[in-house]
Design a protein around this ligand. Structure first.
Ligand code: ZN
Length: 70
């Protein structure tokens, strides 16, 4: 899946994807930041309030119901 490869490439460059704890918008941010502001709803909060969208490829595949053979 190209989207998995794209995600892995982003992750290698220190980019993480999270969802806004207030409105659910998907946000991309540089890894290591402590505060994040949602560009959609304006929520400004500690990074822990924004849940990780993908932890690893296994979770990613789980989300999309795809399990590629290893
Ligand atoms: Zn938001």
């Amino acid at each position: 899946m190209d989207i998995v490869k794209n995600w892995e490439a982003l992750n290698k460059h220190g980019v993480n994807a999270v969802t806004c704890g207030h409105c659910g918008e998907i946000l991309y941010h540089q890894q290591g930041v402590t505060m994040l502001k949602c560009y959609h709803c304006g929520e400004l909060d500690d990074i822990s309030s924004f849940g990780d969208l993908y932890y690893n490829q296994n979770d990613f595949n789980f989300i999309f119901g795809v399990k590629e053979s290893q």
